[in-house]
Design a protein around this ligand. Structure first.
Ligand SMILES: Nc1ncnc2c1ncn2[C@@H]1O[C@H](COP(=O)(O)OP(=O)(O)OP(=O)(O)O)[C@@H](O)[C@H]1O
Length: 422
């Protein structure tokens, strides 16, 4: 990336908002990378930066004060924008980057797509590629890039573990097989997962079983496909970005699909969006014609509805949850409340309560609705949905979903609660 575009290196001195400045620079179509301020000078030089931004000082939080730029880096004599002496203003940043340093603003979504596709083509040649498709933004955008690069040399495998939301498996097939013409293997493993999960109530055990079984199913499918050379991972920039204050350790690496590349012999791993932030991945997807149902999909946990269906997982309970969740999400979208929330979904609590329908006593499940707003997912606030709207949704769920007779709205922030219930 940096080879083809002017680059700015942002040196992170331990700022809490380390990624904000990077996003602002990239919004100006200028490529940048974030490195810890202690990074060895050779690594910085290799990126051929035209400027440095030091993210420290007042605008970046007290804990960055007193940390000094290493002498070797200072000796590079590159133009420096020091946040310790500068207020955090976008116009000032633009003037510095464009007028003072002469950086070209050519790092666009289209340029990224063209260059990535060309790179992938050269790297892959006539070899074969496997991608684990979740239907989420990251793996979907990877699939579109790989498909544009090498067409049917790419095979995507989607595992339906039975805990997907309403219509999701069908949507994935429709978009990727139907619209894009991608080689997609869709495995319906619902029964197999539910059998393994029978009688299990402990949330941690449920997660572990789903994770293990997922790997098993995936491995079996991969073997059926014969020799495959490359495995694709939807790693994104926040997964690999190193921080200036924790000694440069990798933050998280959850995209490795349970260590699959260690179990199957691949020639290499491809990570086509690893230098992109989530909203940039989304933009690439939209530019490539991936529909909004995918690019704007809410964050969805790997084990899916399993973490929202409390107690033992049964087909009956999952069906109830799917229906209630679909009603709530659609109502939120139809009434425009969806744009106020980062995540909104239903939970099937394992509680049952007494109700009354047509003069008859019922004993049904309690559904909880949750809608939260967050910027970083570390803390989250409850979306203050109007009571009229909530009452209407509750009425619809209780009327249309069999075995549900009570609906509650979760009004707990994070902390003390988490966003998900399990
Ligand atoms: N049901 C599934 N079938 C096939 N692959 C999956 C499935 N669920 C997850 N994966 C793979 O595991 C990766 C990590 O899953 P996870 O749910 O943690 O990712 P994510 O950050 O939400 O990414 P994505 O946007 O691709 O869903 C996905 O990118 C995808 O490659």
């Amino acid at each position: 990336m940096a080879k083809q575009h002017d680059c700015v290196v942002i040196l992170d001195f331990g700022a809490i908002n380390a990624q904000m400045v990077a996003k602002a620079v990239r919004q100006r179509n200028i490529y940048c990378e974030v490195l810890p301020y202690t990074t060895e000078v050779d690594r910085i030089v290799a990126l051929k930066p035209k400027a440095l931004i030091l993210q420290r000082g007042k605008a970046c939080g007290e804990r960055t004060l007193g940390r000094e730029l290493p002498a070797e880096t200072a000796a590079l004599n590159l133009p420096v924008l020091d946040m310790a002496v500068s207020s955090w203003e976008e116009t000032e940043m633009r003037d510095f980057l464009v007028d003072t340093c002469g950086l070209s603003q050519d790092w666009t979504t289209e340029a990224f797509i063209d260059e990535t596709v060309a790179d992938l083509r050269v790297r892959i040649g006539d070899r074969k590629v496997l991608l684990a498709m979740s239907g989420g933004v990251d793996s979907s955008v990877c699939a579109a890039l790989l498909h544009r690069a090498v067409g049917h040399q790419l095979t995507c495998v989607f595992v339906d573990h039975g805990c997907m939301r309403m219509d999701e498996p069908r949507q994935i097939e429709e978009v990727f097989r139907g619209q894009f013409g991608i080689n997609l293997v869709s495995v319906n493993a619902e029964e197999r997962f539910l059998k393994k999960l029978k009688g299990i109530r402990d949330p941690e055990k449920k997660r572990a079983i789903i994770g293990e079984e997922f790997i098993r199913v995936f491995e079996e499918e991969a073997r059926k496909l014969g020799d495959l050379d490359y495995f694709v991972q939807g790693t994104i920039y926040p997964d690999i970005i190193e921080s200036g204050w924790d000694g440069g350790k990798t933050v998280k690496a959850h995209h490795n699909v349970g260590g699959l590349p260690d179990r199957i012999d691949f020639k290499g791993i491809l990570e086509p969006v690893k230098y992109l932030f989530k909203d940039e991945v989304r933009k690439v997807g939209e530019a490539m014609g991936i529909p909004h149902v995918v690019t704007r999909r809410q964050p969805f946990p790997g084990p899916g509805l399993a973490v929202r269906c409390l107690g033992e997982l049964t087909l009956e309970k999952l069906e109830i949850l799917r229906k209630a969740d679909a009603i709530f999400r659609k109502s939120m979208d139809d009434r425009g409340y969806g744009t106020q929330a980062s995540q909104y979904f239903a939970v099937l609590t394992n509680a049952q309560s007494v109700g009354v329908t047509d003069d008859a006593r019922t004993y049904g499940y309690v559904i909880a609705l949750r809608a939260v707003q967050t910027t970083d997912f570390m803390t989250a606030g409850v979306v203050p949905l109007p009571i009229d709207f909530l009452t209407e949704v509750a009425g619809r769920i209780a009327a249309e979903v069999k075995d549900v007779n009570r609906v509650v709205y979760d009004i707990t922030s994070k902390p003390p609660a988490t966003i998900e219930w399990e």
